[in-house]
Every structure is written in structure tokens, then in C-alpha cells.
Ligand binder design. Structure first.
Ligand SMILES: Cc1cc2nc3c(=O)[nH]c(=O)nc-3n(C[C@H](O)[C@H](O)[C@H](O)COP(=O)(O)OP(=O)(O)OC[C@H]3O[C@@H](n4cnc5c(N)ncnc54)[C@H](O)[C@@H]3O)c2cc1C
Length: 483
């Protein structure tokens, strides 16, 4: 790598004008400086860009986008760059500038009477959680990258995580947005309203839009009462069917208090124990599948241990559960959750997986897993099954790991064929090929393959109406019609 910037089709006059807006400390140009903004978290994909811009305010973002719109310079918006589908990296042809929200970090307001927090797009998710907690509230979005991902990225990917079952995904946590539209105008929709029927709900277009319709600069987010009682259980089950039956049983017994219900295949526990230091098997016996479950409420600390124990006891009697542990301390609960958080690392340690972030109706999970396992085994004898995920939402990270006698390159070459086997099954079970990570560039071809013409036409019509020159993240999600 050189420390210079790459050859680019972006006119020098536009680059100069952009630099003036943010001033000397607000941009990066040398390849060595822009590298963290060009490299993807997953697989180390490396794009190229002539300029990374780091504006400090919505007004600066607006002025940057106006210059880009006038000069037809494509833009890649970027938050914490933890996305898993190559949505936030610039194209390798160096034709796009990156606009990062990393310096937009103000918590603008916290309204406990309205249960809302208003933040800049660049505020890190963990900081939102901490600010809410400091005001005796909960901001429930929770995911492995929460120490680095930003609110704008969370909104643009409609992030999910481990508490969707109870609180919904990012789409249900956003009440208002502020964004810079592709012509540079600022749209102020920062309303903290739970009811607003004054026409189309414009924010919903930007939520999950992956930066293709504008740059989110601020948001009003919902807060919830902070739980005072929490329990965590590690539960062994025979199969995904048993896990789904257990979920129904637990919902009937504990209702709304279930906040997380994660399904974990034994194989990934083995990968963790073998490849990631610091983990121990929570149980002495080995079981084929596990559920990691959280319950929480506003009751007295410890008040859920009894009801959870009773519900698990009844499940054991009914044969839904093989064994169960309720964490005896916060430290033990954290250790169990650390296993869940380290699963991406465990797959890497096992030799690399081909990832799929899929969802099917909860009622079809067991059939889907059985049919897809069988289809993969038929095509690739010796493939190692590895799946885990947010089964309470029908969302599985279905990530087969390479056969032991294959090298990494041979397995990687099969990625498109393996994707197609898994995604064909997903469609057969009325599912989605991207439950929470988005499409980005990684799933673009698959999205075009599976989306109906009607859906694609609708999406293209919206894109052309909002971004007629196709300057907002042009290579991502789908192929827009020429403006
Ligand atoms: C270890 C790990 C665990 C993860 N776990 C989960 C999980 O459980 N659930 C889940 O949903 N995701 C998960 N992810 C994926 C990722 O963290 C989320 O997608 C996150 O929401 C991305 O936020 P970000 O700020 O890093 O966005 P980036 O990666 O910077 O960008 C993601 C996309 O949003 C666009 N974008 C970013 N900011 C803006 C903005 N201000 N305006 C417009 N567009 C913008 C980008 O162009 C890109 O298309 C995980 C990732 C990692 C690395």
C-alpha cells in the first residue's frame, strides 16, 4: 500500500470544494489514513476512495452532499463500519467519496417524560445504552458490535440483535429522523411522536435503506423502563423443534418477560471450546442443541428466579428440555452471553464459514433446518453444520463450515453454490435471505435473483424519485434504473 491517494474519476475541483467545507482536520486522503474506512470487518474486503470526509454537523453534511450532487460524485455513507454485507465500503474503482458520521457524537436531548433520547447519527450504540441507563431507562438494541457501531448505521441496516423478540428491531425503536437527502436538503423529521398520520411515513424509507436514499444525521429513539430483575438460563434441548415448542411453553408461562431466546447448535460450542480461549462447557453432558434465554421485569431483584425455575421444571417434565442451568450470579450470566458474542470468532477459528443471515416463520424453523442440512450434505459430504441465532424471531445465522479435508480456497470457491442451496430452501419456507444484516454488495446478486419484478420496480421508482442521479451508495442493495 502507498501513502498517496488513488487515481480517481472524481474531479479535483469537487475534491477541493469538499475539503474546504470540513476544514483541514475534517478529511483524510492518503491511502494509509483512509484504510480503516475502506476495509470491511468481514473478510477484509478493501475498497478505494480519493477522500474520506468527517463532518461535524448536519449543516456540513448538507453542504458536502450539495457539492457531490452538483458534480455527480457518488457518496458512501459510513457509521462504525461494522456492517457485515460490504455496504459501507467504497467501490474498488475509487469513484466514490466516503462521508463518515464518526465526529457527529452529541446526545442532543433525553426526555424521561416522553421516554425518548435524541442523538446525532454518529453516537456509538453503547453510549446510547449507557445514557439511557443513567436516566433509569433502557435502550434495548443490543448486539455484538455495540461498542463500535453507530446509531446511523443501526438505523440504516435496521439492526436486530438479541432483544428483538420483546422490543422489536431498530425500525420499531425509531420515532423520528433527521437526514440529508441526495440533493443536499435537510429533512427535519425529528419528532418524538408515537402517533402521526399526516401522510407517508418518510422515515421508514430511510430505515433499512443502507444509505441509498440519504444520510441520516440525527434520530429520536424510544426508551423503556429499565429492568430491575433479570435471570439468564442455559438450556439443553434435543432439536430445533423442541426449542420452538419450549419457546411456546415459556411464552405461556412467563409472557412478556422473555427478552432473548437464542438457539445454539452443539457444533459452535465445540468450535468455541477448541478455538477461543476463556470458555468452558456450561454443562457436564454434551447435548445436540441449546437455548440461551433471558427474562427480565420491573420486579424485585431475584423475583424471576422462582417463576423461571418453575417453568423450566414443567418443561423438563413434559420432555421439552434435556437439562437446564439458571445463572447463579451476574458474572455467570455474562460468561454465558460471552459465549454467544464470541461465535463469529469461533467460526473463524474452526476454519471459516459461509454465512447466511436468514429468517423463516418460527413455525417452520425445524423443517427448514432439517431440509437445508440434508440438501447441503447431499451436495457437500463432510460439510460441518453450524447454526445459531435469534430463534424467537425466526432468524438464524446458518453458517456451514468447510469440510475438514478441504482447504479454505476450495471452500470459498463454492460460496455462490452454497448460498444458492441455502437461499432456495429459505424461499421454499417463505423466508428472507437477509433478516438483519441487510443486502449491501454481498447479497446484491441474490437479492436480484429472488425479489419479484414488482418489488424491484417499486424500489427503483422510489430510488429514482429521491436520488435521480444515483449518487447515494450506488452499488448497493439493488441495481437502480438509470435516472
Ligand atoms: C461482531 C458483530 C456482531 C454483530 N451482530 C449483529 C446483530 O446481532 N444484529 C445485527 O443486526 N447486526 C449485527 N452486526 C452487524 C452490524 O453491527 C450492524 O449492521 C450495525 O447496525 C452497523 O452499524 P455501523 O454504524 O457499523 O454501520 P456501517 O457498517 O458503517 O454501515 C452499514 C450500512 O449503513 C449505511 N450507513 C451507515 N451510516 C449511515 C448514515 N448515517 N446514513 C445513511 N446510511 C448510513 C452504510 O452506507 C452501510 O450501507 C454485527 C456486526 C459485528 C461485527
Amino acid at each position: 500500500m502507498t501513502s498517496t491517494s488513488p487515481d480517481t474519476s472524481v474531479p479535483a475541483s469537487a475534491l477541493d470544494a469538499l475539503k474546504v467545507v470540513v476544514g483541514p482536520t475534517g478529511y483524510l486522503q492518503a491511502d494509509s489514513d483512509t484504510e480503516p474506512y475502506r476495509r470491511s470487518w468481514r473478510d477484509g474486503y478493501m475498497g478505494r476512495t480519493p477522500l474520506v470526509l468527517r463532518p461535524k454537523s448536519t449543516d456540513e453534511v448538507s453542504r458536502l452532499v450539495k457539492i457531490c450532487a452538483d458534480a455527480r460524485v457518488p457518496i458512501v455513507p459510513q457509521g462504525g463500519n461494522t456492517g457485515l454485507t460490504f455496504g459501507g465500503q467504497p467501490h474498488e474503482d475509487a469513484s466514490e467519496v466516503v462521508i463518515s458520521t464518526a465526529r457527529m457524537t452529541t446526545i442532543r436531548a433525553l426526555d424521561t417524560a416522553n421516554d425518548t433520547i435524541t442523538v446525532d447519527a454518529g453516537v456509538i450504540l453503547k453510549q446510547v445504552q449507557e445514557a439511557a441507563s443513567g436516566a433509569n431507562r433502557l435502550f434495548p438494541l443490543s448486539l455484538g458490535a455495540e461498542g463500535s457501531c453507530q446509531v446511523g448505521g443501526n438505523i440504516s441496516t435496521n439492526a436486530g440483535g438479541v432483544q428483538v423478540l420483546r422490543y422489536g428491531n431498530m425500525r420499531s425503536l425509531v420515532l423520528g429522523l433527521e437526514a440529508v437527502l441526495p440533493d443536499g436538503r435537510i429533512w427535519n423529521g425529528l419528532r418524538g411522536l408515537r402517533k402521526d398520520n399526516t401522510g407517508y411515513d418518510l422515515k421508514q424509507l430511510l430505515i433499512g435503506g443502507e444509505g441509498t436514499l440519504g444520510i441520516i444525521t440525527g434520530a429520536v429513539l424510544r426508551l423503556f423502563p429499565k429492568p430491575t430483575a433479570t435471570e439468564t438460563a442455559w438450556i439443553a434441548v434435543e432439536s430445533p423443534a423442541a426449542a420452538v415448542a419450549l419457546l411456546g411453553h415459556m411464552k405461556a408461562a412467563l409472557g412478556e418477560s422473555i427478552s432473548a431466546f437464542e438457539l445454539i447448535r452443539r457444533a459452535i460450542v465445540d468450535f468455541l471450546l477448541q478455538g477461543v480461549p476463556g470458555h468452558t462447557d456450561p454443562m457436564t453432558d454434551v447435548h445436540p442443541w441449546y437455548v440461551l434465554m433471558d427474562v427480565s421485569s420491573q420486579g424485585a431483584p431475584g423475583s424471576l428466579a422462582g417463576p423461571l425455575g418453575d417453568a423450566l421444571g414443567a418443561a423438563l417434565e413434559q420432555g421439552l428440555v434435556l437439562d437446564a442451568i439458571i445463572a447463579s450470579s451476574g458474572a455467570q450470566a455474562q460468561k454465558l452471553w460471552k459465549m454467544r458474542e464470541d461465535m463469529a470468532e469461533a467460526q473463524k477459528a474452526a476454519g471459516g464459514a459461509i454465512s447466511h443471515d436468514i429468517s423463516v416463520p418460527v413455525s417452520k424453523i425445524a423443517e427448514f433446518v432439517a431440509a437445508t442440512d440434508a440438501a447441503l450434505e447431499k451436495a457437500y459430504p463432510g460439510i460441518r453444520h453450524c447454526s445459531f441465532g435469534h430463534v424467537g424471531d425466526g432468524n438464524l445465522h446458518f453458517n456451514p463450515v468447510r469440510p475438514l479435508n478441504w482447504d479454505a480456497e476450495r471452500f470459498k470457491a463454492e460460496r455462490p453454490a452454497i448460498n444458492r442451496i441455502v437461499h432456495d430452501q429459505v424461499m421454499a419456507f417463505d423466508g428472507s435471505i437477509s433478516a438483519e444484516h441487510g443486502i449491501g454488495r454481498m447479497r446484491l446478486a441474490e437479492n436480484l435473483h429472488y425479489k419479484s419484478d414488482v418489488e424491484l420496480d417499486f424500489m427503483r421508482a422510489i430510488k429514482v424519485a429521491m436520488d435521480p442521479h444515483n449518487i447515494m451508495n450506488p452499488h448497493k442493495v439493488f441495481m437502480p434504473a438509470k435516472g
